[in-house]
Each structure stands twice: as C-alpha cells, then as structure tokens.
Design a protein around this ligand. Structure first.
Ligand code: ZLS
Ligand code: CA
Ligand code: ZN
Length: 369
C-alpha cells in the first residue's frame, strides 16, 4: 500500500513566536517549511488541520501541576516575582521566558496529541506535526529549548489504544526527556541516534538500556562528529531492522530533528536530505501507524528544505529540486531543494559503528518473546 492517509497539523501563528534575540531556536522555520509544502502542491494530498490547543489538563498527564501553572502564569514582565520558581524549573538562557510562551507550548503539544488521537481513531495512517518534537522537557523542568514534552504526551495518548509504541529520534541531541519518561516500562521502546561526548545533554551512553521492566527497552546510538549519509544508513538500517523484528510495535513516533544535517549551526554531522529522509522512508515502509514530529534544526533554510522533502516522502509525491515560488526565495541559495554536504572529516569508523551495532544487538536479543 503506497497511498497513505495523512493528517498534517499546522497553526499559522506558530511562526510568530520568538525565543529571544540571538537564540538559535526559531519557530519561523516551521512557517517556512509550510510555505514550501503548500507551494509544491502537497496540501492536496493531505488533510490539513489547525490543531486544537493543548490544555493544562492534557499537559499534566506528564508534567506536574505546579510546573504547568508556572508556565501558564509567568510573563517577561513578571519574571521578577518568580525568581525562586525560575531557578526551580530551570528556566534560563536556553529556555527563556518569552512573550506567548504558553501559547507556543499549547500549539506544539496540541498538534502532537491530536495527531496521536487521529492514529488511535484509525482516521489516519500518518500524522505530521513539524511544531512538535521537543524531546528534552522533563516532568518538572524546562531543558534545551523545550518546555512541554509534546512527544511524551502523544505517546501517553497512543498507549490508550496501542500495546507497544516505538520512539525513534534522529535529532543530533539525545532524546533524554522521552527516554527518562519511559525508562522503566516495556510498553515504549525509545531509540535515539545522537552525537555523544562533550555535547548537550550529555546522556545517552551505549550501556544505558533501561531498568526494571524497561530493561532492554531503551536503545542509545552514541555517534561522533562528521556522520555522513553512508555511515548513518549503515547503522540506522540494521539497528531499526532488528528493533522492528524483535519489538513489533503497534505504533511509531519519529522525531526528525534537522540539526543532524550538514551545515547546522549547532550540529556537527554531515547528512544530506537524502540520508536524513531515508530514515523516514525506512520506517514508513513497515506500514505501522506513524506520528512524525519536528525537533531541532538551527540553519533554518535547511530545516525548511528537510521537512518539505520528508513531507513529500510521506505523501508519496516526487518533487523537483527546483524550489517553487516562495516568499523566502533569497534564503535558498540557487533556489534548489537539496543541499550540498561538506568535506568535513568523519570521526566514525566502520569498526566503531560495527561495535555499536553488536552491543545493541546483544541487548535486543534479551527481549522476551
Ligand atoms: O535537541 O549546551 C547547552 C548548555 C549550556 C551552554 C549554553 N548556555 C547558554 C547554557 C548552558 C550548557 N545547551 C544547549 C542546548 C541545546 C538544545 C537542543 C534542543 C534540541 O535540538 C531539540 C529542540 C545549547 N547549545 C547551544 C546553545 N545551547 C545556545 C547557543 C546560543 C545561545 C544564545 C541564546 C542562548 C544564550 C545565547 C543560547 C544557547
Ligand atoms: Ca537523537
Ligand atoms: Zn537537537
């Protein structure tokens, strides 16, 4: 079956939120991606929704009541009155209090939770929310540009209907908030590919595999600088083949952080859109209900390119390398969709990747069933 029913979530206000001057996270990139998606004509092949905004009740299925109330109440003008809580809830330079912060959280989480609901109802095969994927947020704490963990909330929704949910994270950072939330359960398997060693958030070692009932249900793929398409495919495909065979998930959540692309302002990998997008195609071919989310990505023209290309893969539409008419065409050098990788050194060797694969395979072999 190549024709999938796609639900796509987009709120036109999302591009107007602004973290702080000089902050690398720019919600405007989601608007840029949407513009390309529409101008390529992909809207005809999907159901497009403005998501209902997530409520405080939705959020407290994972986050603490006090933390959510704090996010709802604090404003840039009242931060003085909240100094204790600001320390307690870890809001600082990475996660500033900006105008409309809580509305931004409600939009990001609303799209992911509603996407999960569409999959549960059987109304869609694939749901897309490029405003989601904020994988660092904790129950009681903001972290790494993330305040509300839309992914954890969406997985909790999926668990109402699906017995086993697989989470796959190709953002260059470790998906620590999602891993931590499900570290002790076998109903969710988390798999993160990330740069490891001297890099935020510092967690995600190869030997972190879960505890208790969750032992062997967390998978970490720690990587070094300069990952290219060939290296990434050589580890992603065998690891995910084994995960799919052994775990047999009923639903998949994929975080498609675009900071693993070549030329990212914060990243250190060297992937092209093909290498990144192949991961999406690889999981799509299993025909399991799938929620596809955004995440990081700090060279914003490349983020828009990446999520446009991945939307085309999901809807099954071939698109030209010549970008369509768009308001930001002077951003996209040459007006091409695809980007050119660099000659940066790849510090990952065949042997180091093979060792990682073997270690993961040994852990997965311990799964019951
Ligand atoms: O995965 O590395 C850190 C923490 C620090 C260094 C930076 N300072 C500001 C705080 C302390 C140790 N933080 C990372 C967070 C990366 C989050 C990735 C999110 C995701 O992609 C999912 C969405 C980090 N890397 C770079 C920065 N922070 C950073 C760079 C530049 C700036 C400007 C705004 C703020 C302060 C100056 C900032 C952060
Ligand atoms: Ca990751
Ligand atoms: Zn990231």
């Amino acid at each position: 079956m190549d024709h999938k029913r796609i639900s796509y979530f987009y709120d036109e206000d999302v591009g107007c939120f602004y973290y702080s001057s000089g902050h690398p996270m720019k919600p405007h990139r989601i608007q840029m991606a949407h513009e390309l998606i529409v101008n390529y004509g992909m809207h005809d092949k999907m159901q497009i929704f403005r998501p209902p905004k997530a409520t405080r009740q939705d959020m407290t299925l994972f986050h603490s009541e006090e933390y959510v109330r704090f996010l709802e109440t604090v404003t840039p003008d009242t931060t003085q009155e909240f100094v204790d809580q600001i320390r307690r809830f870890n809001v600082a330079e990475d996660t500033p209090i900006f105008d409309g912060l809580f509305d931004f959280c409600r939009i990001s989480a609303g799209g992911s939770v509603e996407g999960a609901t569409r999959l549960c109802q059987g109304f869609a095969d694939i749901a897309i929310n490029w405003a989601g994927g904020l994988h660092h947020a904790k129950k009681n704490e903001a972290s790494g540009f993330c305040y509300i963990n839309d992914i954890v909330l969406a997985i909790i929704e999926l668990l109402r209907y699906f017995p086993r949910v697989l989470y796959v994270d190709i953002d260059i950072h470790h998906g620590d908030g999602v891993e931590e939330a499900f570290y002790t359960t076998n109903r969710v398997m988390t798999v993160s590919f990330h740069k490891y060693g001297n890099f935020f958030p510092g967690t995600g070692a190869l030997n972190d595999i879960g505890v208790g009932q969750g032992k062997h249900y967390a998978v970490n793929v720690p990587l070094d600088d300069g990952m290219n398409d060939e290296s990434f495919t050589s580890i992603f495909n065998p690891v995910m083949t084994e995960v799919m065979e052994r775990y047999r998930p009923a639903a998949i959540v994929m975080q498609c952080g675009a900071d693993s692309l070549s030329g990212d302002r914060l990243g250190r990998f060297n992937l092209s859109l093909y290498g990144h997008g192949d991961c999406v195609s690889f999981l799509k071919q299993y025909n399991v209900p799938m929620l596809v989310l955004g995440g990081g990505g700090y060279t914003i023209k490349n983020v828009a390119r990446c999520w446009t290309y991945e939307t085309s893969l999901l809807v099954g539409m071939q698109i030209s390398n010549d970008l369509p008419e768009n308001e930001h065409h002077d951003y996209y050098e040459g007006n091409k969709l695809h980007l050119i990788t660099t000659n940066m050194a790849n510090s990952n060797t065949k042997q180091s990747l093979e060792n990682i694969r073997i270690s993961i395979s040994e852990s997965l072999r311990m799964l019951e069933g």
